[in-house]
Design a protein around this ligand. Sequence first.
Ligand code: COD
Ligand code: ATP
Length: 200
Amino acid sequence: MAAIIGLTGGIASGKSTVSRLLKERGYVIVDADVAARAVVEPGSQTLSQIAEAFGGSVILPDGSLDRSRLGDMIFNNEEQRKKLNSIVHPAVRQFMMAEKEAAIEAGKETIIMDIPLLYESGLTWMVDKVIVVYTDEATQLDRLMARNDLSEQAAKVRIASQMPLAEKAEKADAVINNNGTIEQTKKQLLKIIEDWQLTP
Ligand SMILES: CC(C)(COP(=O)(O)OP(=O)(O)OC[C@H]1O[C@@H](n2cnc3c(N)ncnc32)[C@H](O)[C@@H]1O)[C@@H](O)C(=O)NCCC(=O)NCCS
Ligand SMILES: Nc1ncnc2c1ncn2[C@@H]1O[C@H](COP(=O)(O)OP(=O)(O)OP(=O)(O)O)[C@@H](O)[C@H]1O
C-alpha cells in the first residue's frame, strides 16, 4: 500500500522548497496551492461562485482571478476568508483526491500531499504521517516580505491567518527546521526519508 505523507507548514516556511527537493528524487507531489489555482481557471464554476460572493471586481479583464485583490479582501477578514474557503476547498479536495488516486494507479509507493492548511482544515485523515516545515517567526516574516514584496504589516496579517507554526510543529510526526541553509534542510529531509523508508 502506498504511503501518503502530508507536507505542511506556514506561509513561506519552505514547503515548496522541500517539495522541490522531493520532486528531484522522483517523488510525486500533490500540491494544494496548484489545485487551488486549477479549480479557479477562467470559465470554471468555482470562479463564478467567487465572483458572485465577492463581486465582479475580483475578475481581471482577461477573465482570470485577481489574486492580489482577493488576497487583500480575505487575509485580514476571518468571515470573508471562511466564505472563500467554503467555496474553494471542496473543489480543491476533490481535485487532490483524483490526483492521489491517479498516482496510486501509476504504481507510486509514496505520495506527498503538500497542504498548507492541513491542520486548520482538519485534513489529517487524508494522510498517514505529517512532516512540518518549520521556521521561527522572524525568518518566516523576512522570507514572506521578500518573496511577495509585502509590507511588514501585510505579511504579519497573512501569518496571523494561520495556526501558529510552533503549534503545527508540536502535532507533527517529523519536523524540518528550515531556519538554516537549503543544504541543512536537505540533510534533515534525507534522514526522514531513510527513517520512514520512503521510496518514490
Ligand atoms: C486568496 C488567494 C487568491 C491569494 O492568492 P496568492 O496568489 O496571493 O497566494 P497563493 O495562492 O500562492 O497562496 C500562498 C499561501 O497563502 C496561504 N493561504 C492561501 N489561502 C489561505 C487561506 N484561505 N487561509 C490561510 N492561508 C491561506 C497558504 O500558506 C498558501 O501557501 C489564494 O490564496 C486562494 O485562492 N486561497 C483560497 C484557497 C486556499 O485555501 N488555498 C490554500 C491551500 S488549499
Ligand atoms: N533555507 C532557506 N534559505 C533561504 N531562503 C529560503 C530557504 N527556504 C526557503 N527560502 C525562500 O523563502 C521563501 C519561501 O519559501 P517557499 O516558497 O518554499 O515556502 P512555502 O512554504 O512553499 O510558501 P507558501 O505556502 O506561501 O507557498 C522563498 O522565496 C524561498 O526561496
